[in-house]
Design a protein around this ligand. Sequence first.
Ligand SMILES: Cc1ncc(COP(=O)(O)O)c(C=O)c1O
Length: 449
Amino acid sequence: MKPEVTVKPGSEGSKAKYWITEHYKYVATTTHDPENLPLVIERGEGVWIYDVDGNRYLDFSSGISVCNLGYPTHPEVKKAVIEQLEKLAHGAGTDFFNPYQVELARKLASIAPGGLHRKVFYSNSGTEANEAAFKLVRQATGRKFIIAFYGGFHGRTMGSLAATASKNVHKKGVFPWMPGVIHVPYPNPYRNTWHIDGYENPDELVNRVVEFIEEYVFDKLVPPDEVAAFIFEPIQGEGGYVIPPRGFFTELRRLADKHGVVLIDDEVQMGLGRTGRMFAIEHFNTIPEVLTLAKALGGGVMPIGATIFRADLDFKQPGVHSNTYGGHALACAAALKTIEVTERLIPRVVELEKVFRDELLTLRDTIEKVGDVRGIGLAWGVEFVVDKRSKRPDVTARNRVVKTSLERGLVLLPCGKSSVRLIPPLIISEEEAKLGLSIFREAVREATT
Ligand SMILES: Cc1ncc(COP(=O)(O)O)c(C=O)c1O
């Protein structure tokens, strides 16, 4: 199968144009970009998306890493959901018990790194999973401060928003958010305040970040014994698909252990097989006390968030934290099957990494405006710059690449200031991956020359 775009997306007179206009009359403003991404989806099938004008696109977005098993979902997840729907969907899982949430929690605890006794708090989204993590660590440690990283994204509700620092628009006009969050630099190998080439000198970059935390936070800002947790993305998603040096999290773990600080690992975007491991943190040999998941966990069918934590951190009495939909039977059934299917897909993700690496590195080496390429598994970011020497972000070029790709039949999402992410569903075949990459290559050539 090939992409087929016969009606220019969002053009005058198209059905897409009609629905976008109606959308703006009735639906709240969120993150759409109708100029560069005028995609109005009618349906999806596997790795293919069909818009309301009948155009067919190859998907390299996975609905922001939700539809990892393809559209509308994997047949096994569909079957599990239908079977569950015959029995129970909502069973007020935080007030009444049900076996489905226990089965999922047992599974999540067993796949989480470290072999610790863990428990799970259920919610409906990534931001809620992180909110729960903050309440959890504050009440468990009696400490109040949270350290987060520049470039990180953890959600947009008032607690997780406080930790988010990828774009100032997220905070525009809505102060005050949750107090007590302190930001420190993330070891971004391509761009960092010290101008260190973190690919050439990863240890130096890691040391600078650790020194910064010790000297400028623990020494001058707050005593470390008042810090409850670090929250981080093992690979920054929204912030640009930034992969820190491999040694970073073992150093962070060491620092955290020294001061009794908890690690909260936000796996909302990178978790569940996207990087070729179930959790991205597994690439870094580090065991966090708390992991948060959402997005792909629901198999693209059900919204679900999960906060997986070392059991001794649990809330001390009923009512400290709870919600209405937590432990929703249908969401839990979808998630359990999603994990089973994902386990089988992981070897394929590992194999496909090379296909992406080869193609994208060639692109970086041949196109002046491709400043950086980074990725692992099926999580790839490409950063556009005015020129390689200055590294000045080229937002216009990035936007053109997104738009041109769409017009050529490839769906991509932007990230960071001037990057795109290439994150196909994990079910993609090698042939489809190569096809998507060749469209991307042509789109980049067209958009940057
Ligand atoms: C790493 C990370 N954490 C948290 C969130 C927030 O998740 P949600 O949009 O489901 O609230 C996102 C969303 O993109 C994310 O990428």
